[in-house]
Write a protein that binds this ligand. Structure first.
Ligand code: PEP
Length: 267
């Protein structure tokens, strides 16, 4: 049903210039020496010098230490979160401005672990994205359904609501700096990956939603990443799906060999 969009629009698709992106979400992992080794090993691999945009999302404190190592246009640094306020009495928080000053050009907003463990809701996520854009950051905005929603066949409704409630507060120009990541919650860190068919139909649904909200040009230019137990073995078949423009990688981004294999998984 949702693949229809592609068939109808494929004549335009050749004209689109969508970025292929591989992003590594390190979560709360790796010591500083481990982080440095990982980045150095990935950068040293000549096969990783390709057209793919590569982004590292280390923990906050690791960012300034390792950002000097990725001082070229091939690799970008991102933060896993930012606070929506510019400054103030928010103990333990980090603002978008601080993220930007630390050498990051990207920030991850709306990861399901932030929604689940820190009760971040769509209103707050909207404010975070606003703050990020005001501070010239690119945003990787995550959406995805729970296992319950998937089992009760409410996955399109669930993802549609997350997209609408947040993105209705932005315009097509803002969208130029937003990347979407579809991360089914049941696939994150579980070893259970969405099948290529499940990924493709949801990505096509997301692109159709963007078309309805912002028009065809925005829909064709926005990169939509898949995340959820994506690894060196399954990346190639997922990235072969026409609406999958890359991956947001958790566990497999912590190993240089696996992450490099994923970077090289576009046909
Ligand atoms: C993630 O947390 O964004 C993620 C995709 O994790 P994993 O690859 O480990 O499932």
């Amino acid at each position: 049903m949702f693949t229809e969009f592609l068939i109808q629009e494929c004549a335009y698709d050749n004209m689109s210039n969508r970025k292929k992106i591989i992003a590594g979400n390190w979560k709360m992992n790796l010591s500083l020496p481990e982080a440095k080794n990982l980045i150095q090993e990935i950068i040293a691999n000549p096969k990783n010098k390709n057209q793919v945009t590569k982004i590292f999302f280390p923990p906050f404190l690791t960012i300034p230490i390792v950002s000097g190592l990725v001082n070229n246009s091939d690799y970008f640094m991102g933060a896993q979160n930012c606070h929506e306020q510019v400054s103030g009495a928010y103990t333990g928080e980090v603002s978008a401005k601080m993220v930007s000053e630390s050498g990051c050009t990207y920030v991850l907003i709306g990861h399901s672990e932030r929604r689940q463990f820190f009760n971040e809701n769509n209103g707050q996520l909207t404010q975070k994205i606003k703050s990020a854009l005001e501070n010239n950051l690119h945003v990787v905005f995550c959406v995805g359904e729970s296992l319950l929603d998937r089992k009760s066949e409410k996955h399109f409704d669930s993802v549609g609501i997350q997209l609408h409630e947040v993105l209705q507060n932005f315009d097509a120009t803002d969208l130029n700096k937003i990347v979407l990541a579809y991360e089914p919650v049941w696939a994150i860190g579980t070893g259970e990956t969405a099948s290529p068919l499940q990924a493709q139909e949801m990505h096509a649904f997301i692109r159709r939603t963007i078309k309805e909200m912002f028009g065809i040009e925005a829909a064709l230019q926005i990169s939509i990443l898949y995340g959820g137990s994506c690894n060196a073995t399954n990346a190639r078949e997922l990235f072969a799906c026409p609406d999958v423009d890359g991956g947001l990688i958790g566990g497999a981004s912590l190993k240089a060999y696996d992450f490099s294999q994923i970077i090289q998984s576009f046909s």
